[in-house]
Design a protein around this ligand. Structure first.
Ligand SMILES: Nc1ncnc2c1ncn2[C@@H]1O[C@H](COP(=O)(O)OP(=O)(O)OP(=O)(O)O)[C@@H](O)[C@H]1O
Length: 305
């Protein structure tokens, strides 16, 4: 329903999007996962008709964001990364404003936002600027939904939001999806990728992979090790200085490490690290997660640049 083909966009010398191809299906919860500056907002803003591409094609239910921008703006609900509501208007006034702009009323589409809006309705006379982070997020989502969009575009909706509100937010997205709304959501949090039907991994304006989260992980080739014991910073540097190590990065309490041939050289590494004075070491074979796959794709991408 959203089709992006060979999309490019540059800002001066920055290649924000570099030949991006993505297809989002109807009623899909589709995640765009990548670090800051990867190009997520640029991609979304072009799909939303808010930014012109340099080249490539985009279709939203058959409409072109450049030519048919009026049509597309009626069809999409957008929650930008930064809080963009009127801080001095009350909760209810903000919602009423968005409903009016789209020629509808709160009453007409109340059923769509009910679950979400009910949680902030007790504060409906409070200025939006005085709401907590989690409540602002719920109001922004209600405003994005009030005109019953076919496509909901959420740019990093959970950045800076506490863990409980984050998981509540994803539950709300699952419910909206069941009502037939197609959702395009970006996040820098890899753990949220597993909550999507499919994800696109993006880095430096290039799509590295598009697949279901389990398939992304299954694409990880070879053996992965968890290394712990001693000062993390010194341990990373020591691991990096071992000939056969390909990648090493911190993940929670331990380091995730691969060898260049993706085989098991843990005994040799253990001996090497002991020689450097690390005496409480633990090296274990572990199962990769999405972040491991992402790191692996990123390092092979930089290698080929
Ligand atoms: N208006 C602009 N002028 C110049 N460069 C820009 C502009 N907007 C974005 N960029 C650059 O384009 C690249 C992609 O930015 P974009 O905002 O799309 O990434 P992102 O993945 O959404 O990350 P973030 O979460 O940091 O916004 C970055 O290098 C960014 O610095």
């Amino acid at each position: 329903m959203v089709s992006v083909t060979n999309l490019t966009k540059t800002y001066g010398s920055v290649n924000a999007l570099n030949g991006v191809n993505v297809q989002v299906k109807e009623s899909e919860l589709f995640g765009v996962i990548g670090p800051d500056g990867a190009g997520k907002s640029t991609l979304f803003r072009i799909i939303l008709s808010l930014l012109l591409p340099d080249s490539g094609e985009v279709e939203v239910w058959g409409f072109d964001p450049v030519k048919d921008y009026r049509k597309i703006r009626q069809m999409v609900g957008y929650m930008p990364g930064k809080f963009s509501l009127y801080e001095d208007l009350s909760v209810e006034e903000n919602l009423g404003f968005f409903a009016t702009v789209f020629g509808t009323t709160i009453k007409e589409n109340y059923h769509l936002i009910k679950d979400i809006y009910q949680q902030i309705e007790p504060f409906k006379t409070r200025p939006a600027g005085k709401l907590s982070g989690g409540m602002k997020q719920k109001l922004a989502l209600s405003c994005a939904l009030i005109h019953k969009p076919k496509l909901l575009v959420l740019d990093e909706p959970t950045t800076g939001v506490d863990a409980v509100s984050r998981s509540e937010f994803w539950e709300m997205l699952q419910k909206l999806k069941k009502q037939g709304i197609t959702i395009l959501v970006s996040t820098p949090y890899m753990d949220e990728a597993s909550l999507c039907d499919r994800v696109a991994l993006i880095q430096k304006g290039k799509i590295l992979d598009v697949a279901a989260p389990s398939e992304v992980v299954a694409g990880f080739d070879g053996k992965l090790f968890g290394v712990s014991g001693g000062n993390m910073y010194h341990l990373i540097n020591a691991c990096k200085s071992f000939e056969g190590v390909e990648s090493v990065f911190p993940f929670g309490e331990e380091l995730h490490l691969t060898f260049k041939d993706r085989d098991d050289h843990s005994e040799a590494l253990m001996e090497f690290l002991r020689g450097k004075g690390f005496d409480k070491l633990n090296i274990r074979l572990i199962r990769p997660n999405i972040e491991d796959r992402f790191m692996s794709l990123m390092s092979s991408e930089s290698f080929h640049e």
